[in-house]
Design a protein around this ligand. Sequence first.
Ligand code: SF4
Length: 368
Amino acid sequence: MKITFPHMGTSWIAFKTLVEGIGHEAVLPPPPTKRTLDLGTKYAPEFACLPFKVLLGTYLEALEMGADTIISSGGVGPCRAGYYTQLQGRILREQLGYDVRVITFEPPRGHLLDTFRILRDLVKVSFPEFATAAWLAWQKLLALDALERESHRVRPLELDKGTTSRVLSQGIAAIEQADSVKEVRNVTADFLERFRQIPKDPEYEPLKVGVIGEIYVVLEPFVNLDVVETLGHMGVYVDRSIFLTNWVTENTFLDTFRVQAERSARMAAQPYLPELVGGHGQTILGETVLYAKRGFDGVVQLAPFTCIPEIVAKSIMPRVSKDLDIPVLTLMLDEQTGKAGIATRLEAFVALLKMRRNRLAMTRGETA
Ligand code: SF4
């Protein structure tokens, strides 16, 4: 089979390792561009959210490159993601005439048998070879997340703007090339050391901002218009609320054994939204509460236009912001959103946070 999958940040590196490791050809989804979005927007229903459109465009580009199978994930709860792959499959086959198979992995809880059936059909190698490939792919995901986390910490402190992003790109390329767990670990240690060696301003105390929102827009820089890097270059330390390894651990491994995922965020959201509303609607409210308690200066919510869970959360967010005195900037993202407009709004937000921090420092000084 010639298998493709969604492009979501750097996760393609791990998915490529896994697909090749189970005996198939991986057709790498090209990084999304304006063409991808235009293609997806052209064939998607008008009501569809931004992730649907970008993913549909990505699949079309991968099919042009020769893919014959798409692997994606489904979803549960009151969010449209649960039937998106079926709809995308119908558009590709019935409307556009592609001979493509779409395989959907649902969250394992309640679908364990289905998951095993799909794997039995997909895996063309022995069990030890499958386990080796899966372990290597997982180690690559962990390594990618570790480097990205460190880049968020170092970027606002760097003296030579752009160094952190350059080191990160080299690290990502090295992880892609690694073909054993030992090599992945060596590369990770090497690049963490390179981050340590980047010349930094030891006196500078960056503002701290949490970035929350729907998983695809948080993880894919093309869709969020490089919000994390832009904030970093403005001298802001960013704590991204979602990393793929955490998400997979909570929503597959832990969820399968009924350990409540994202427990602390869901608990923290209770006074504001006790019900699940699908997507990340409830957890992002809880994450905002937790960021306020951890002394963060502000929160940026990334919300795809027409995403109901994010709209519900956005309508409640002013109360959370007021109660806990934490500024929140909501960025609604759609195909019309431009990078320059987002950068301007972030600049204004960061200026506001700086003023607020100075005001709070003066207040504390006066009362001390
Ligand atoms: S959570 Fe929102 S953006 Fe994500 S699939 Fe559901 S509706 Fe779309």
